[in-house]
Design a protein around this ligand. Structure first.
Ligand SMILES: Cc1cc2nc3c(=O)[nH]c(=O)nc-3n(C[C@H](O)[C@H](O)[C@H](O)COP(=O)(O)OP(=O)(O)OC[C@H]3O[C@@H](n4cnc5c(N)ncnc54)[C@H](O)[C@@H]3O)c2cc1C
Ligand SMILES: NC(=O)c1ccc[n+]([C@@H]2O[C@H](COP(=O)([O-])OP(=O)(O)OC[C@H]3O[C@@H](n4cnc5c(N)ncnc54)[C@H](O)[C@@H]3O)[C@@H](O)[C@H]2O)c1
Length: 467
């Protein structure tokens, strides 16, 4: 049996559902195929539940230092099941909202596993069971899954982030393998919830994509909260036992309650039958696309984590919107396709404590002639208020401009700096010069003033800064 649509989308995560919503808004008929709940990794196993757990960890950290604000409070423990329930309720509410939005746009949701079928003259299609859903455009958005390096992941003692979010009891001791975004977020969260954490990273610093100085501050802050950070190290073996896991790190064997493996995520392409449909895949397993996310097979597009580049939900949204608008244009609908952002112009945030947020080039990428300013949050009134009496402030705002030219990089570390980075994305995305921002007044006292201060310094007229 065959059904026909303008657009058929395989995968209802950030990239797939954003594409579906925009395509339907532009008057196209849309099929959205996924065998799991709408929303994909970000909503159910990624961004949202991890940030709920991190918020719970922040509450505990804040209560622990309530005395420094003059408030009496007693910590009596962590109810991991309670934290999980709070995270689940947050996810469930957002899932209800998303499902009703998708239904209200008239999108046909097909809850099945699917694979690609080649164009037979009526357009490419997605096969689910005995049905082929043909379309003028097929969008592949099947996301990514954890890399396990051949370690014996059993979901109990040796786990990935998926199981880590389902824990009902916190471990006393945990080893986290990988000092990238997932590893650092879990290490920070668990440390704040009272877990003894060893964090193992192969390179010479945590979060290797960020400014080296910010990696150093993060390492110091995590160490101060009891995390053992092992750089230039790896786990060569792990054996699950009844009462824990034996983890081999170099010449040492470390005992823990569990090992979290967080060494990256690989694109999910198995079972999609890409080759038969003429879709090329790179050596790294990503689907190869052109500048408009079109694959080697006519009418077949790819979006989100399937496409090489930063694996971020908001990048997936941008891909989905671009494809929907391109397809609508090609189908003669009036639509201005939103420009696809350069990967380097997409802001990224690591929600550990302290948070790291950045957009654009690092100082090293910007080259030796770039002008760089670091503004320390010790000078920011709001940051001082947030830390409480006697607390240490180690946050920094780094702005980078081409010699006498536009701002090309914004790199932040500190509490709550995630909320500042969109201003950085505007500056970098609009290729603004410091002089363009100098007359824009930032409210006082706010963390955002730190961007204004760094910017004034970059424009050669520092205010609350020795320069
Ligand atoms: C622990 C964790 C925390 C994260 N936190 C953040 C964050 O804070 N901010 C951020 O920007 N990003 C975060 N990410 C990354 C973010 O989740 C991903 O970049 C995003 O989900 C990618 O969207 P996608 O649509 O490409 O794929 P996904 O969201 O993975 O969606 C793919 C969908 O395809 C479906 N699918 C796969 N194969 C088939 C098939 N054959 N048939 C039918 N359906 C299929 C899957 O069921 C899934 O629903 C996090 C990821 C993890 C793992
Ligand atoms: N806040 C966010 O936006 C957020 C949160 C979580 C995940 N994500 C996305 O999910 C993706 C996957 O996250 P991730 O942390 O698994 O991957 P990652 O690529 O961010 O980090 C993996 C880390 O593991 C290290 N590593 C690799 N092999 C190793 C080995 N054998 N031994 C020791 N260390 C090793 C790498 O050097 C790297 O630092 C990321 O690309 C990220 O974009 C985003």
């Amino acid at each position: 049996m065959t059904s026909t649509f303008d657009v058929a989308i395989l995968g209802a995560g950030s990239a797939g559902y954003a594409c579906a919503l925009r395509a339907a808004q532009l008057g196209l008929s849309v099929a959205l195929v996924d065998d799991s709940p709408l929303g994909g990794t970000c909503l159910h196993r990624g961004c949202i539940p991890t940030k709920a757990w991190l918020q719970a960890a922040k509450v505990r950290r804040t209560v622990a230092k309530a005395g420094s604000f003059g408030i009496g409070a007693e910590l009596t423990g962590v109810d991991a099941k309670g934290v999980r329930d709070y995270a689940d309720a947050t996810v469930a509410g957002l899932h209800r909202g998303l499902s009703s939005l998708i239904a209200s746009r008239g999108i046909t949701v097909i809850t099945e596993r699917g694979s690609l079928v080649p164009d037979d003259g009526r357009g490419p299609g997605i096969e689910t069971g005995a049905i082929v859903h043909r379309a003028k455009a097929v969008v592949l958005a099947t996301g990514a899954a954890p890399i396990t390096l051949g370690l014996p992941v059993d979901g109990h003692r040796i786990i990935t982030s998926e199981e880590a979010l389902r824990l009902e009891d916190l471990p006393s001791r945990a080893v986290v393998l990988g000092g990238g975004v997932i590893g650092v977020e879990f290490a920070s969260m668990w440390a704040d919830l009272g877990v003894e954490v060893t964090l193992v990273e192969a390179t010479d610093r945590l979060l290797p994509a960020e400014e080296p100085g910010h990696s150093r501050i993060l390492t110091k802050e995590l160490s101060r909260r009891g995390v053992t950070v092992l750089l230039g190290s790896t786990v060569t073996a792990a054996e699950a036992r009844e009462d824990g896991v034996a983890v081999t790190i170099g010449d040492e064997e470390v005992s823990a309650d569990l090992l979290l493996v967080a060494v990256g995520r690989r694109p999910v392409t198995e079972g999609l039958r890409l080759e038969a449909a003429g879709v090329s895949v790179s050596a790294g397993g990503h689907v190869a696309v052109d500048a408009n996310l079109q694959t080697a097979a006519r009418g077949v597009y790819a979006a989100g984590d399937l496409v090489a580049g930063p694996q971020l939900a908001h990048r997936g949204y941008a891909h989905g919107l671009h494809i929907a608008e391109r397809v609508a244009q090609l189908r003669g609908r009036p639509s201005n396709a939103t420009e696809l952002p350069r990967d380097s112009d997409i802001a990224r945030v690591t929600y550990c404590s302290p948070q790291l947020a950045s957009v654009g080039l690092t100082a090293q990428q910007a080259g030796p002639d770039a002008e760089v300013v670091d503004y320390h949050l010790t000078g920011n009134g709001r940051a001082q208020i947030l830390k409480g009496a006697g607390g240490r402030e180690s946050g920094v705002v780094r702005l980078i401009r081409r010699p006498g030219g536009e701002i090309v990089g914004v790199h932040l570390i500190g509490d709550d700096v995630s909320e500042l980075i969109s201003e950085g994305a505007l500056l970098v995305g609009w290729q603004a010069a410091p002089e363009d921002l100098s007359s824009i007044v930032h409210p006082h006292p706010s963390l955002s003033e730190a961007i204004a201060e760094a910017n004034w310094a970059l424009a050669g007229r520092p205010l609350h800064m020795h320069r």
